[in-house]
Design a protein around this ligand. Structure first.
Ligand code: MN3
Length: 206
């Protein structure tokens, strides 16, 4: 067995119904997330022990430290491994609503209001070309929260950002239920956001 193993889901596959269907969640976790995990282990075998022993966050934060021949594979599969673990946990059954506390203040400071943030996040994530993610991140250099769109599985960590909340808009994340209607998936997704988890990531990032 490699260093990385598929993280356990924090709830049942059908727990996010009707917003995200059980079959999509099961395939997404057991096939897609599993594949990124397995391929990350394959890529790590070509790395030094020093790299192998590092946390995924440290690896993704500085890809210049990994051998050139596996840099692309680690960017993609290490990103996929980490992004999906964040994604499962920034959702929960009966989630949604609005954040409170420090997260609410940070969102207001950066976006004007929660409604403006939600509108901007949705309208920037919906048109991502091909496969990618929309992210709310913490920028350590400005000490503010920001929106960032990332292609494929590339982690916001590769840009020095701390991921707080990610939305996977690869077709595998929604196609069974929503087909080509990505904006409908995004609109439904707000009902399962786990704001407590996002707020907790913000406090750890500061
Ligand atoms: Mn995915």
């Amino acid at each position: 067995m490699g260093k990385y193993t598929l993280p356990k889901m924090p709830y049942a596959y059908d727990a996010l119904e009707p917003h995200i269907d059980a079959r999509t969640m099961e395939i997404h976790h057991t096939k897609h997330h599993q594949k990124y995990t397995d391929m990350m282990n394959v890529a790590l075998e070509k790395c030094s022990n020093d790299i192998q022993n590092k946390d995924i966050k440290e690896i993704l934060s500085d890809l210049s430290q990994v051998p050139a021949e596996v840099k692309g594979a680690i960017n993609f599969n290490g990103g996929g491994y980490d992004n999906h673990e964040l994604f499962w946990n920034n959702m929960k059954p009966n989630g949604g609503g609005e954040p409170g506390g420090a997260l609410a203040d940070a969102i207001k400071a950066s976006f004007g209001s929660f409604a403006d943030f939600k509108e901007q996040f949705s309208s920037k994530t919906a048109p991502i070309q091909g496969s990618g993610w929309g992210w709310l991140v913490y920028n350590p250099s400005s000490s503010k929260v920001e929106y960032i769109a990332m292609s494929n599985q590339t982690s916001p960590r590769t840009k020095g950002m701390v991921p707080l909340m990610g939305l996977d808009v690869w077709e595998h994340a929604y196609y069974l239920k929503y087909q080509n209607k990505r904006p409908d998936y995004i609109a439904a997704w707000w009902n399962v956001v786990n704001w407590d988890e996002v707020d907790s990531r913000l406090s750890k990032a500061k």
